[in-house]
Write a protein that binds this ligand. Structure first.
Ligand code: CUA
Length: 162
């Protein structure tokens, strides 16, 4: 009888964490998603992949100031480039990257700003990050897109406010 009880407790000791762990993770997910607003880059519209370079805002790749301290970077990915490959903003800026691909699936990884997004032909990706510190922040394509995939990168240059 005593042996039976011991076994049961031993099993319970394993069962409780196996329930608590997924429940805890689900709670953490809810807190980060709804409390801290941390989420996956969303699909922000569609664009004809064959006419990307003729479609606004991608017909004018570059950075525009949309409000004081807030910028939009219109970014086109293609084999094997980012257009523009260099994005300049002043320190303390909030930058929303509005990006798409004009040919195959590319990636957009900017680790220092915690950005990890896919750029799909036909789909617009929007992702926002803050750049509070002066410096150069490289971004790169992290979806294999062909023979020169490894050359596909660019940088965000955060300049001091004068
Ligand atoms: Cu583009 Cu890899």
């Amino acid at each position: 009888m005593r042996k039976h009880t011991t076994l049961y407790l031993y099993e319970l000791a394993w069962m409780l964490p196996s329930v608590a762990l997924p429940v805890g993770m689900l709670a953490a997910l809810a807190v980060t998603a709804f409390g801290a607003h941390i989420g996956l880059p969303g699909e922000a519209g569609r664009v004809d992949p064959a006419a990307v370079m003729q479609t606004a805002p991608f017909n004018q790749p570059g950075v525009v100031e949309v409000a004081p301290g807030r910028y939009e970077a219109h970014l086109v990915a293609g084999i094997w480039f980012f257009l523009p490959a260099e994005i300049r903003v002043p320190e303390g800026s909030e930058v929303t990257f509005v990006a798409t691909s004009k040919d195959v699936i590319h990636g957009f990884l900017l680790r220092t700003a915690n950005i990890n997004a896919m750029l799909l032909p036909g789909q617009v990706t929007r992702v926002t990050a803050r750049f509070d510190r002066v410096g150069t922040y490289p971004f790169l394509c992290h979806e294999y897109c062909g023979i020169a995939h490894h050359t596909m990168w660019g940088k965000v240059i955060v300049e001091p406010r004068s």
